[in-house]
Design a protein around this ligand. Sequence first.
Ligand code: GLU
Length: 384
Amino acid sequence: MHSEDQTLHSADHAETTKPPRRRIVIKLGTSVLTAGSPRLDLPRMVDIARQCAALMRDGCEVLVCSSGAIAAGRERLGFPAPSSSIAHKQMLAAVGQSRLMRVWDNLFEIYSVRVGQVLLTRADVESRDRFLNARDTLLMLLREGILPIINENDAVATEEIKVGDNDNLSALVATLCGADLLILLTDIEGLYTSNPHRDPEARFIPEVREIDEAIKQMAGGSVGGLGTGGMATKIQAAEIAQRMGTEVVIAAGRYPDVIRRVVAGESIGTRFLARSSPLEQRKRWLLAGPRPQVALLVDAGAAEALRTQGRSLLASGVVGVEGEFRRGDMVQIRCAEQAAFARGIVRYDSTTARQIAGLRSEEIAERLGYSWGPLVHRNDLILV
Ligand code: GLU
């Protein structure tokens, strides 16, 4: 590991005194939760809860992306006749999502794991300030030892703001929180060279280094029974996650102890190797793009804390604000009359930044009535 990466790495985990944890996103397809039946399969779900709890006890941070809302809604309403109406599907999702969460909450309680529901849409991940909000929520849940259970906000999301399938949603979640590993649990073992149900020559692929056209061809456009995605959306998800430095494994949810075995690195399912760490990728991402034209001017003490101690930029160290920007924009960080030495994602817009410049952290909430923490969080900051 380069020394620069180490700085970033320790900065990321400096909030906890414990060693860095493995952050794992587990995506559960409808077919896994129902074990192929039309109903939620409680024995299957309790087994998944048990495995997640065991991972958390081992010091991992776990996030679950759970499908099954629409299936649960159908079950709860006594299997109404299928309808192509969107409002009907949204109704199923509204009824099913609360049932789904009630079941998860009960099952996780057996293992003393507290859960929190987070419903997202594409808009929450793509707009810069909502991105920060969604990420803050997930990280706060993790920090408190609470397991986030995430689904798409199917009851209200319109087509334009929908991710559409939970494979892609789980990859966005992995990106959002810088996960080390994304596990896509489904009803088949992983990726085959062709459809194993139709082609007796189909060969299993245990490991993928690069997702190229050939891999995409193999995934085809297969679509399973109750769920939305097929192998094609799993490959899309793997591509997004891999690009951000997250390792991805597609595996069969019915295998005994599948989650723990994947995490232990056993050869089970198809593993898409990550090319670099999430932090390294994040650093590249922060550096990509044009140099920002707006800046925060800081005093010598703040510059020192940022440069040598990997700290966040607090309002108290800010002596000036140059230009107009919005929450979530990229800003330069420099001392007056000097070249920029860092850049980062700012957590307040320029008007607010001017109001709080020079204030101590506890004074921010007094002045504004709320606080989004430091002006630039160390995880969003890169020395240049
Ligand atoms: N969000 C949908 C549900 O909970 C599932 C989407 C998917 O399976 O990809 O029913």
